[in-house]
Design a protein around this ligand. Sequence first.
Ligand SMILES: [Fe+2]
Length: 426
Amino acid sequence: MTKILEQFSKDYWENFITQNKGFSEACVLKNAMSPHLVNELNLGIMEVLKNRLSREDISDGFRVYIESKEQDDKYLSDLCKSPPNDGENIEEFAQRTFDKKFGIIINSGEKHSDRISENIIKSISPLIDIAGLPPLGVEITIFIGNYGWTPLGIHQDHRGENVIHFHLGPGNKSMYVWDEDVYKDLVGVKHNNTDIEPILPHAKEFTFGTGDLYYMPWNKHHVGYTGELSVGITLWFNNPSKFKYINKILESFRIQFIKKDPSILSNQFDMLESKECLNNLLETIDLESQVMSGSLKDFFDFSINEFNYCLLSNAGWQSVPLSKKETINFDSDTHYTQMEGKKIISKDAFKILYKKDNEKLTVYVRGSKFSMHYFESLTTIIDEINKHIIIDVDNYIKSKELNMPTEAFYYFLALLYDKRGFEFID
Ligand SMILES: [Fe+2]
């Protein structure tokens, strides 16, 4: 058990659910985070900024506002030329980068920082045990800035999207909240309402500072105010509509099992009776025959199960972290020999999952998956890695009798390493 888990115990989250009346009311929990956790998350924020700017990864889910105006691609490209320096904190970075009021909104924060994904998921894991996980998982959006009123004006979040805000400071933030009926009586139906002051006296105010948590259900009309520089990590429990869910499952199936077959289909005759199009289509699906011959219900059952294995191997996070190939150009096919002589350890928030099907082993690691011919040594080493202890690879091989070629064993480890199943220890 880690310090962080003790801090956010089951009792802590049960009290949280009492405070917010079963997730139906907004509330602030003062001093929820330890200074150590706040520091870790702040380091994570700098990690995200540095990774995204230095990789020029700003085309999706990275927005910057200056004086409430969203900036264009040219501005973002220029910003990439001066990512945070080593050891720089958010105040130092903001001071040398922005001379006006600014806001930065970053989506999928869990993807770019293990410090954030690991610490937050460990903090909320007892809450997930009590309340469950949304079917498509959880995600993080990061808010940084001293932008004053939220540029969106008074608004409601999307249906079903409840949020916990982990406030890192240094500045405070205030949320002004109107119940649905109160807001309707005041202004009727009005979205993104920037005429805030006249109805402010009717709002409930929630102010939170460094180390506090703020919870808000999706149906509240709200607007935020942050006058001084502050950083917030928002954790979204997005319960999708049934329509969104089926689309996501079909998309996930398409990505996992449809081969990108570029061959051109020929003209057809007798199209009402011919099975040629069907056969061509089935040839693009990369699946075992028992799944192919099942019912439509079996198909969705299988697809959901595959999706859930990936999701849970990533501890419930929606976004998969960058692979070692993407970050350090690690190539499993040629670099697998690097596993020799290494000491390795996995992050204790994440567990590698696997399925054995006859001679095939499918491994799910941090939201990615791959398959290999089954050897008992492979599942034994996964079980060992999942204990989150330091493993000396060569000593491990010497102490166990591998029932497979050592090179293939190294290659398997290289695949796990590439997908972030463990890290090296010096
Ligand atoms: Fe919002």
